[in-house]
Design a protein around this ligand. Structure first.
Ligand SMILES: Cc1ncc(COP(=O)(O)O)c(C=O)c1O
Length: 412
């Protein structure tokens, strides 16, 4: 069903880990043997049915997959009521917020933790922004009795308190990072430093489709369960493929997971939504790397980044801790340049409005990250015909964000 075609958008990366000019592995010499070990271990696991069997068992019995594909009837009615007579797409949510731990992050973590076990690694490190990847990693480490150290920017420690508490309950050690803007980029810097220092026993579990090769492709493969399930479920519910897909982008893992199985379907329109924060024209006020950035190298790969004229990385801003990364996974940079995927952005304000609408219309409190995608769904769905099938990845639940939202809405 999902075999790559010749001239496929699904064939990458090449042997050097590149998607066109993006990706690669720009790492310290000390890390190279580790990266090569990981690449080899992943290549073996990918071809080993027992690896897939174990992962599928965990997805089914531990995570609760498949996540439902849900027809968002009241949002569809809302959009149709505000559009001209024949407009207003049918909106579906892929409900990855119902996964154990509340987001898509666990899909990737379980894959990497099984790999770490195969490689005999006993100590797991991770970076986290919103805390969802940290919680997922702490969860899997508890499940398998592994030591877990999570690097988290001190600002994020403050704004994601419920997730910090969860990680501690799960037995993880949280290391607040005080350098830079004290957010996700800085947490990833520290995690990479830790990895270089503890080469023999440590596995670095990266939470998004970024970092040096093979991480972007490996994380994408683990997250592709989102798109693969969507294909099957849409076929069962509507008898055909969706017409469009929409997902939010921090580093890009939930988005590439939904998009990848559909990249070679020319009838499927694909939209990624970055965080426009206070507006893409505001310096240091957004995290829209594709709209407001240019290609450079960060965290081991070449990709679009927010940089000043000297090439120094600018701090990203978003109301959602999971979207303020000043870069984007390299495959997205390539999909942007080839034009296969259209990248849009949504402001903090638009996300807050979508957050409230979704809560009231569907009884689903979304995380602030997918609220960005949702903001564009309201707009895009209103432009499409009524037989158009639009799928948005509801990649996280909003429990972790209620304090941030309350603050912005004046306490409620
Ligand atoms: C719920 C949720 N959605 C989306 C993201 C963004 O990550 P990615 O772009 O890798 O999916 C995060 C990151 O923390 C998250 O917690």
């Amino acid at each position: 069903m999902n075999k790559p075609l010749p001239n496929s958008f699904r064939a990458g990366p090449d042997d050097n880990g590149r998607f066109g000019i993006f990706g690669g592995r720009f790492v310290a010499e000390t890390l190279m043997p580790l990266i090569l070990d990981l690449e080899q271990a992943y290549a073996q696991a990918k071809n080993d049915p027992s690896f897939h069997h174990e992962l599928e068992g965990l997805h089914k019995h531990y995570v609760g997959r498949p996540s439902p594909l849900y027809f968002a009837e009241r949002i569809t009615e809302y959009v149709q009521a505000r559009s001209s007579a024949d407009k207003g797409a049918k909106v579906y949510f892929k409900r990855d917020e119902l996964n154990h731990t509340g987001a898509h992050k666990i899909n990737n973590v379980l894959g990497q933790i099984l790999l770490a076990r195969r490689m005999g690694k006993k100590r797991i490190i991770a970076e986290t922004g919103a805390g969802q990847h940290g919680v997922a990693t702490a969860t899997a480490c508890a499940r398998f009795g592994l030591q877990c150290v999570v690097y988290m920017g001190a600002v994020d420690v403050e704004r994601q308190k419920p997730n910090v508490f969860r990680m501690k309950m799960l037995g993880a050690e949280i290391r607040p990072v005080q350098s830079g803007a004290r957010t996700l980029k800085d947490a990833m810097n520290e995690a990479l430093r830790d990895w270089v220092t503890n080469v023999s026993d440590t596995f670095y579990c990266i939470g998004t489709a970024a970092g040096p090769h093979p991480y972007p492709a490996m994380v994408r493969d683990f997250q592709s369960i989102i798109g693969n399930e969507t294909r099957v479920q849409m076929q069962e519910m509507e008898g055909r493929l969706p017409d469009s897909l929409v997902a939010c982008i921090g580093g890009g893992s939930n988005a590439i997971g939904l998009f990848h199985p559909f990249l070679d379907e020319p009838t499927v329109e694909i939209y990624g939504v970055e965080a426009a924060g206070h507006g893409v024209e505001v310096k240091n006020g957004h995290a829209a790397s594709l709209t407001g950035g240019r290609p450079g190298v960060l965290h081991g790969n070449r990709t679009y980044l927010l940089m000043d004229d000297d090439g120094q990385i600018l701090e990203g801003h978003s109301i959602s801790a999971g979207l303020d990364y000043p870069g984007i996974g390299p495959e997205h940079s390539w999909l942007h340049e080839t034009g296969r995927v259209t990248y849009l952005n949504a402001t903090d304000q638009e996300a807050l409005e979508a957050f409230q609408l979704c809560s009231k219309l569907e009884g689903i409190i979304p995380a602030l990250e997918p609220s960005h995608a949702l903001a564009k769904v309201f707009q895009l769905a209103g432009e499409k015909s009524r037989d158009h099938l639009m799928v948005m990845n509801m990649c996280g639940r909003g429990d972790k964000d209620i304090f941030t939202v309350a603050e912005h809405l004046g306490g409620m």
